[in-house]
Design a protein around this ligand. Structure first.
Ligand code: MSP
Length: 510
């Protein structure tokens, strides 16, 4: 059944150059979006940039530029990377756009009018890099626990949102929902115990600078950056009246674990207070580590996608991170593991399978997909059963954002068909008399598995999947394939003209 699927990435701070951690969320969201399009769902995929607040202002000032001018120069770096990574976003929101600022004001005006916002005075410890407040007890040696930098003591008259009022709703309703609204389970527990300890109202405005969305009822204040940023997920849909808002909200917010509290506490409470449905799912993934540690600018351990794209190409890039790291857990990046997976699973696995099967069809069947009907036997039936089981596992996994499990299933299919080829050895069989039909049946089954692999891999490695599809000479485009029909065994047309192409994934020497 066709459903609606709305998926978002966090909106990134464009003062940084994108590193592999940022690209991780975006690639995952892209794979989810492409997978749901493959299922025939109506999909909307949003990404964008988070452009207000003190950090952006300071970054611009350090360059001697005005913030807007500075941001206009930085944002294209992000869009260009998403293009290089084949990110198929439907919309890119910048929080400095009017289409964002006006509905942010309308949203908070609603909460101000309903009494959920009040003026109070605030004293707190602020980390500009995090754009977040800390309690004294959370500091590490007096510094920000995330960045290790000094925090600022901020005393201001601020507007507050009555977050504390919504603790009961969060605990007794939102976190209890089925299907579960915050995942993975360990993250949900973490959030629940945080709220259990009692919530404080949160400051939503600043007066010490003006780089933000002005508060409509008191223009001495601008909204605190997170308070405007979270709303991007609905402003981009045209909240409050946009047709797309009605159609796609509530959606799925993919985020990193470091920003889970904002997304799983503040964000649903804000929406609930305004009478809007909370997100259908907030899924928090883990962090990519380098050498077992957080990437660090000072230690020069920050890895940027371009450093990898040049050597491995976009498909291998996309494949590696989702295959290597269980989505939801931290995972380590290393050049060695990337080379190892590339060679084992892409070059020797899928790439080799394609060149082997197309060469065999070329040599033994005149380059046309043979008719298997006269000689399909137990070996093919056994292969088919295993493949069908793995396809089920793949679908269940991708429905649950378990990309690593989905790709494990794909790899199991590749290993299975390779084993089947070794066992049936059509290259040996073909040398004997009267074996054409049997050889044809074996090569049909192998090519059919390649077709299935192209469909299953199309969300993850769209370029290579397209090349596999083209090699198989199928007339209907890959982009028109829909699950589950596209993965029903036997879809490869007999007589299709096989084309032998260049090597999909040439081996790389570590
Ligand atoms: N602007 C806020 C998000 C606002 S969303 C309403 C922000 N931006 S960010 O650019 O700092 O980070 C964006 C995302 O990148 C976060 O989800 C964060 O978890 C992710 N990553 C940053 N470093 C990461 C790794 N090393 N590994 C994986 N993801 C990480 O926060």
């Amino acid at each position: 059944m066709s459903e609606r699927f709305y998926v978002t990435t966090p909106i990134y701070y464009p003062n940084d150059v994108p590193h592999i951690g940022h690209a991780y969320t975006t690639v995952a969201a892209d794979v989810a979006a492409r997978y749901h399009r493959l299922k025939g769902d109506e999909v909307w995929f949003l990404t964008g940039t988070d452009e207000h607040g003190q950090k952006m202002l300071e970054a611009a000032e350090a360059r001697g530029q005005g913030p807007q001018e500075y941001l206009d120069a930085m944002v294209p770096n992000w869009k260009a990377l998403w293009d290089r990574l084949d990110i198929s976003y439907d919309d890119f929101i910048r929080t400095t756009e009017q289409r964002h600022k006006t509905p942010v004001q309308a949203f908070w005006q609603r909460l101000y009018d309903s009494g959920d916002v009040y003026l109070g005075s605030y004293e707190g410890l602020y980390c500009v890099s995090c754009e977040d407040f800390y309690r004294e007890s959370e500091l590490r040696e007096g510094n920000c626990p995330v960045h290790g930098r000094p925090v600022e003591r901020v005393t201001e008259e601020n507007y507050f949102f009555r977050l504390s009022k919504y603790a009961g709703w969060l605990l007794n309703d939102y976190y209890e929902r089925k299907p579960v609204s915050v995942q993975p389970g360990n993250r949900l527990n973490e959030v629940r115990s945080f709220v259990d300890q009692g919530l404080q109202d949160i400051s939503i405005s600043r007066t010490s600078f003006t780089w933000g969305v002005p508060i409509p009822w008191d223009t001495n204040h601008v909204f605190y950056v997170w308070i405007d940023a979270l709303l991007n997920y609905i402003t981009a849909l045209g909240f409050p009246d946009g047709e797309r808002f009605g159609r796609f909200w509530p959606g799925v917010n993919l985020v990193g674990k470091d920003i889970l509290r904002f997304h799983a506490v503040t964000w649903p409470a804000m929406l609930h207070a305004a009478g809007i449905d909370p997100p259908q799912l907030v899924f928090a993934h883990g962090h990519l580590l380098v050498g077992g540690e957080k990437m660090s600018k000072t230690k020069l351990t920050g890895i940027h996608p371009d450093q990898l794209l040049e050597t491995f190409g976009v498909d291998a890039y996309r494949y590696y991170f989702l295959r290597e790291v269980a989505f939801g857990q931290d995972g380590n990046f290393s050049w060695e593991s990337l080379v190892a997976r590339y060679n084992a699973e892409l070059a020797n696995g899928i790439g080799n399978l394609l060149s082997r099967v197309t060469a065999l069809i070329d040599a033994n069947c005149g380059g046309e997909v043979p008719d298997p009907s006269a000689a399909t036997g137990d070996a093919e039936r056994a292969l088919r059963l295993v493949v069908e089981r793995q396809i089920e596992l793949y679908e269940d996994a991708l429905d649950a954002f378990a990309f690593h499990t989905g790709l494990e299933a794909v790899d199991a299919i590749v290993r299975e068909v390779n084993g089947y080829l070794v066992e049936t050895a059509p290259w040996k069989l073909a040398k004997q008399e009267g074996t054409e039909e049997r050889v044809g049946a074996i090569l049909y089954a192998s090519a059919e598995v390649l077709r299935l692999l192209a469909v299953l891999l199309s969300p993850v490695i769209p370029q290579a999947a397209g090349k596999i599809w083209a090699s198989l000479g199928i007339n209907t485009p890959l982009s028109e394939q829909r699950l589950p029909a596209a993965v029903r065994w036997g879809g490869l047309p007999v007589g299709a003209r096989i084309a032998r192409g260049e090597s999909l994934f040439p081996r790389i020497e570590g």
